[in-house]
Design a protein around this ligand. Sequence first.
Ligand code: FES
Length: 106
Amino acid sequence: MNWTAIGSPDELKFDPGVPVRIGKRWIAVFRQGTGDLVEYFAIDNACPHASAPLCDGTQMHGKIVCSLHLWEFDLRTGACDVAGDWSVATYPVRERDGQLEVGTPD
Ligand code: FES
């Protein structure tokens, strides 16, 4: 696992997701909750249906709804509600020394 710092949580502009490029991957990072209950999630940014950027979707109830055809993806598991085999990859997110870091496979 490689960990890549993507910035301070306070400085990243979640709208609702933040697109980041790590190596050859475009990843969308999302924040959910507030205060001590805040959680971060990272998934592939490109929707597997027609490649719309999931960072620009609508975030609600732990899911991101793609802005183009409204497919839904679970931020925790990457599972797609509409078509079972169309899930997206998920990546771990951690906070270290005031920075968010996203883990990607070696
Ligand atoms: S491009 Fe995302 S649902 Fe069609």
